[in-house]
Design a protein around this ligand. Structure first.
Ligand SMILES: [Zn+2]
Ligand SMILES: [Zn+2]
Length: 448
């Protein structure tokens, strides 16, 4: 006979099973997955760690990321780029811990710290400029490594045979930090009129250029930056949105060889959440200074929107963040598609030299041209590529990749004013002039 009692019995069995299962899971989450002690940290929803095992996990991840690459040799000089914020302080702390407990067989290198003042990019920082930086530099000095100082506007002095970075050893007060008003004005003028997304991208490349130039002049072998897996996933999406598809691989790999000194990303296997736990459990103090993205709306720039997306992804689907940035390493452009010349700003191979009728870049140029001008009547025999290229863009493409030329497309003045591009501008003008008067020139063949 069909019995209601049986059913009730079954349900109660099921519910007691479920209860014990939940209880078991609950207990498991409260026990460290390595040593059965009480857990303090929960990573990726089901990885509980006690304090000691969490530090061991971080240290192992840091050492193996550096070791696996086989690029850092014993005794190499490494410049750690530190802004005093969360990721860079974690990088500094992990470096110190790793070197302090490294055995003779393990990796060892000689670190120094570089602090770059970026107050020029954020007006609210300028008021208390020196005071803020003095306290950050003081904090960085407490790690016991020499600290170098420079500011973003010093990028203007890089090619002038002038001093553009200083050792902070002798900076005893906030007033000791050097200021160069000429360079500040010059950089501000070159950034005038840029949209927020473009400005952020431009500053990012200037910063990298300055860091690697300082490292090269001071005799370093590598520069370490604090990019985490979340930052690299953001880089990948930003690169796609900002027309830098050909640079995705270099922007997301451990090792970036585009600059004079190689840039390494030893925190690339860490989530931002793990960095947060690491700093908290180590009682590390850090300073987050306001930047261009502070207090901005989620839709104010491409970078801000991407950051929002990745932060939510990290919360709900942490493994997906790793999937995104690991994809980056596989997105390589075919050989032969890129030019041999490098871009003056980001040092990538020029991606806008080859005129492939089916490329995304050509489609973009054509639609840009059509939206600005009336629709041209194209004869069947005419080459549509020539119609789609506008004169000014062609000139920029001799010196800048597609992504770097965007800020200067409608801002020729910025290009002309920019210190790094000044010589390129003179060269460009010379080529234009030569083109104009070529009919009146006697070339060598005719002369002989
Ligand atoms: Zn444990
Ligand atoms: Zn570029």
């Amino acid at each position: 006979m069909c019995s209601v009692e049986e059913d009730i019995e079954d349900i109660s069995k099921y519910s007691s099973n479920l209860r014990s299962k939940t209880l078991k899971e609950y207990r498991n989450l409260h026990k460290c997955k390595k040593c059965d002690l009480k857990s303090l940290v929960l990573l990726q929803k089901k990885d509980p760690f006690c304090k000691t095992c969490f530090f061991e996990y971080c240290s192992h991840k840091f050492r193996s990321t550096i070791g696996k690459s086989k690029k850092i040799k014993h005794g190499d000089k490494v410049l750690l780029a530190c802004s005093g914020g969360r990721k860079s302080v974690a990088l500094l702390h992990m470096t110190k811990e790793t070197l302090a407990f490294a055995t003779a067989k393990q990796i060892s290198f000689i670190p120094e710290i570089l602090f770059i003042d970026e107050s020029i990019s954020s007006p609210c920082l300028e008021e208390n400029r020196n005071h803020n930086f003095y306290s950050i530099v003081k904090e960085l000095k407490s790690y016991g490594y020499p600290v170098l100082y420079s500011s973003l506007e010093m990028v203007c002095k890089m090619n002038d045979n002038q001093e553009f970075f200083w050792n902070c050893e002798n900076f005893d007060s906030a007033e000791d930090f050097p200021v160069c008003c000429d360079s500040q004005n010059c950089l501000k003028e070159s950034m005038a009129g840029m949209s927020l997304s473009v400005k952020l991208d431009y500053i990012k490349h200037l910063r990298l250029l300055l860091m690697t130039e300082i490292a090269s002049q001071a005799g370093f072998n590598h520069v370490f930056v604090g990019d985490t897996s979340c930052s690299l996933a953001e880089n990948l999406l930003n690169d796609m949105n900002l027309g830098r598809g050909s640079q995705i691989s270099a922007d997301t790999n451990f090792y970036d060889t585009r600059y004079k000194v190689t840039v390494c990303r030893p925190l690339r296997e860490f989530l931002n959440k793990e960095i947060g736990f690491y700093l908290h459990l180590n009682n590390c103090s850090y300073t987050v200074l306001p930047d261009l993205l502070t207090k901005t709306d989620a839709k104010s720039s491409i970078q801000r929107l991407t950051e929002n997306f990745i932060t939510n992804l990290q919360k709900d689907f942490p493994a997906t963040v790793f999937t995104i940035f690991r994809t980056g390493g596989k997105l390589l452009k075919q050989d032969g598609v890129l030019g041999t010349e490098t871009c003056l700003l980001c040092r990538s191979k020029l991606d806008n030299i080859e005129l492939d009728a089916c490329s995304a870049l050509e489609a973009l140029k054509l639609s840009e041209h059509l939206s600005k001008n009336s629709i041209p009547v194209i004869e069947e025999s005419e080459n549509i590529l020539l119609k789609s290229s506008d004169g000014e863009n062609l000139d920029l493409s001799r010196f800048l990749c597609h992504g770097c030329s965007i800020p200067f497309r409608n801002n020729k003045k910025g290009f002309q004013l920019h210190p790094l591009l000044k010589t390129a501008y003179v060269r460009m003008k010379r080529i234009e002039m030569k083109e104009e008067i070529k009919d009146f020139l006697i070339n060598d063949n005719e002369a002989s």
